[in-house]
Write a protein that binds this ligand. Structure first.
Ligand SMILES: Nc1ncnc2c1ncn2[C@@H]1O[C@H](COP(=O)(O)OP(=O)(O)OP(=O)(O)O)[C@@H](O)[C@H]1O
Ligand SMILES: [Mg+2]
Length: 266
């Protein structure tokens, strides 16, 4: 029929040169494919790194904003609280001194009143000190600094901190403030009969956990406040992570990990 073409495939053995050419072509094609795969992997990895960098930037910004807010809070509390307390106490002491000479009984009553106010001023200073870097942290480490906070609080706290060492101070401070926030949350909301704080070093990371057997909450509907966000942000700066697990009636568990052999400085 006109216009109809038939193609006949002739299977002839390839000449030596042709076979070599085909081999080389196949090799090149393989290389091109492998390169394409590598490029795609690299691009995906780059995107992942860019995302991590962006997350880190926002967590640092939140930390700086939170620290500024904390500084303002401290300044307000020092000015309106502790300073006013101490000024009033100085005035009352002067009055009591005069009263002691003229009317010893009145002077004694005034001194008793002053003693109560000194205790109140001390309490104000103690609660102020909660947001401040405790000197004990640098001297004796995380567990000692934390124990100093909860021992006088009357909270039912148990702590396990065997086998952890000392770490760069900024890492210890991050873990200390994370644990303290989880402990304060347990104290404020949980009504727990036991709060267990534990520190372990395993798989190159310092792990901390705060577990309470209190009322719990629903993290999905409750959402993270600035405290829980702060825990995540602080550990993220050191390449770590934190999980908060809770449900109503089943207590709350906060677990965080920070690599201790490779630290990122802020
Ligand atoms: N251990 C806990 N037991 C029960 N509820 C908790 C516990 N920890 C957190 N929550 C709940 O989760 C919420 C968010 O906690 P988060 O620490 O983020 O914020 P906050 O404590 O409300 O405020 P902030 O920490 O900024 O003072 C709390 O308001 C509380 O309802
Ligand atoms: Mg909180």
């Amino acid at each position: 029929m006109a216009g109809r073409r038939t193609t006949r495939v002739v299977r002839e053995p390839l000449a030596a040169g042709e076979a070599e050419l085909l081999d080389r072509l196949a090799e090149q094609a393989g290389l091109v494919l492998a390169n394409a795969r590598l490029t795609a992997d690299l691009e995906a990895r780059l995107m992942q790194i860019a995302q991590q960098a962006a997350d880190l930037r926002s967590s640092r910004q939140r930390i700086v904003a939170a620290q500024d807010e904390e500084r303002r809070r401290l300044e307000r509390n020092i000015h309106d609280g502790a300073q006013q307390h101490l000024v009033a106490l100085a005035v009352k002491l002067r009055l009591a001194k005069t009263a002691l000479q003229k009317d010893p009984e009145l002077g004694r009553r005034m001194l008793e009143e002053i003693q109560g106010e000194v205790d109140a001023a001390l309490d104000t200073l103690r609660s102020l000190a909660l947001g401040i870097y405790p000197p004990l942290l640098e001297d004796q480490g995380i567990a000692a600094a934390l124990a100093a906070q909860y021992l006088r609080s009357g909270l039912p706290v148990r702590m396990e901190a065997d086998g952890i060492g000392r770490y760069p101070i900024e890492l210890e401070a991050a873990v200390y403030f994370c644990t303290l926030e989880a402990l304060q949350n347990a104290a404020k909301y949980a009504h727990a009969s036991t709060i267990t704080i534990a520190f372990h070093e395993r798989d190159g990371a310092l792990e901390f956990s705060v577990v309470d057997d209190g009322v719990g909450f629903d993290p999905d509907s409750q959402g993270a406040g600035s405290g829980i966000q702060g825990i995540r942000d602080r550990v993220a700066v050191f390449g770590g992570d934190a999980e908060i697990a809770s449900s109503p009636g089943a207590g709350t568990t906060v677990v965080g990990r920070v690599p201790v052999h490779e630290t990122v400085r802020i």
